[in-house]
Design a binder for this molecule. Structure first.
Ligand SMILES: Cc1ncc(COP(=O)(O)O)c(C=O)c1O
Length: 385
């Protein structure tokens, strides 16, 4: 296998470092949006730099921003929260997920995680000394989270369930009936639901995003993460939030105060402009992802590569088992041959070596070129081993 000493995030870093060595590299697996942050948001940040640069900020975030977040989660997610006690602003989704794990779980507790899933959850659990109970899913079921499988995986240490919908990297969206069954299960076994809604505005075909906290019985036991990184192309601004019931949120606020204190005041004003200003940029990006999704799916169909149909998010998780190669080895070969980087499934979870992640986060012409080069690489690889 390629890069035998490297697994998980380290494996990705090694491949990204190799790609950086090529001036014409196309990073087809990248996770950060390629659009500029909308200009009115940048302007709001400039104003905040002049007018608010020396302001002290509360650990939980500016009240005006928490109010805007409460309005947003009501409007988009049908979650009712009190901005005074049930919202905390975070440094992006990344800090939010660590805070949620620390607030909801104690060392020795266990959490059920549908896999594959976003890498950093594994790291967060490791540092929180929480046991992960992985629940494998496959392309054959479009990476469904099966409530019966969750029930079968429960142990007496299980205290929480992670629901990322749409999921990264599988692009699977949890359907209403499954979500209702999962909430009933959480109620029965007194589990906290850690919900990650970061891709909630990017949904395809007739699928529907439903926040667990919006369903009966959901809110009292659910911590919900979101961030502006994906929806407004604001990855580097580090602006996210957690909403949830007041008792758990009191703990989140304490942790936030202890770890970083308040989030940068400049980014908070930028976030306020994003949430209260024009929403057309989000629609423009969502429309572009829809077009790009079709381009990627058509190309994979042409290459004869099977995949879970992306129901939401910005990814395709494609099954490359027919090549006979591990995904890390295949990714390295495609990169070396054609300077196109697809992300190996084994970087997300060591059991997912038969998959690669590709994303829609390139302008269409670059996406087309990347796919064409990938087609050439696949032909070369299939002809030579
Ligand atoms: C599912 C999921 N949650 C959280 C994050 C972290 O988001 P942020 O960039 O806001 O830290 C990501 C980033 O890719 C993600 O895919």
């Amino acid at each position: 296998m390629a890069n035998p000493a490297k697994t998980g995030t380290n494996l990705l870093y090694a491949l990204i470092a190799q790609a950086r060595g090529y001036s014409d590299a196309i990073i087809m697996g990248r996770g950060d949006p390629d659009f500029d942050t909308p200009p009115h948001i940048v302007e709001a940040a400039k104003r905040a730099m002049i007018e608010h640069h020396a302001d002290a900020v509360p650990a939980e975030g500016l009240l005006a921003l928490r109010q805007a977040i409460a309005e947003r989660v009501k409007r988009v997610n049908q979650i009712d929260v009190d901005p005074a006690a049930e919202v905390v602003v975070t440094n992006g989704g990344q800090e939010a997920l660590m805070l949620m794990v620390l607030a909801a779980l104690a060392p020795g507790d266990a959490i059920i995680i549908p896999e594959p899933n976003y890498n950093t959850y594994h790291d967060a659990l490791k540092f929180a000394r929480v046991e992960k109970i992985g629940l494998p899913s496959t392309a054959a079921t479009n990476f469904r989270t099966d409530p019966d499988a969750v029930r079968a995986a429960l142990t007496d240490k299980t205290r929480a369930l992670l629901l990322v919908s749409p999921n990264n990297p599988t692009a699977s969206v949890i359907q209403r009936a499954d979500l209702e069954a999962l909430i009933a299960l959480a109620h029965e076994h007194d589990l906290i639901i850690i919900a990650d809604d970061i891709y909630d505005l990017f949904i395809y075909d007739d699928y529907q995003h439903i926040s667990p906290a919006s369903l009966p019985g959901g809110k009292a036991r659910t911590l919900t993460l979101n961030a502006l990184s994906k929806s407004f192309s604001m990855t580097g601004w580090r602006l996210g939030w957690i909403v949830g019931p007041a008792d758990l949120m009191a703990r989140v606020r304490e942790l936030k105060a202890a770890i970083t204190g308040g989030t940068s005041v400049i980014s908070q004003y930028a976030g306020l402009a994003a949430l209260t200003g024009p929403q057309e940029p989000v629609q423009m990006m969502a429309d572009a992802y829809k077009r790009r999704r079709k381009i990627v799916m058509d190309a994979l169909d042409e290459m004869g590569i099977k995949y879970g149909v992306p129901q939401g998010g910005q990814f395709v998780f494609a099954d490359i088992s027919f090549t006979g190669l591990d995904s890390a080895e295949l990714a390295e070969k495609i990169l070396t041959d054609q300077h196109v980087l697809v992300y190996p499934g084994s970087a997300f979870d060591k059991e997912r070596g038969q998959y690669i992640r590709m994303t829609f986060l390139q302008p269409e012409d670059k996406l087309q070129e990347g796919l064409e080069r990938m087609r050439v690489a696949m032909k070369n690889i299939m002809g030579t081993h």
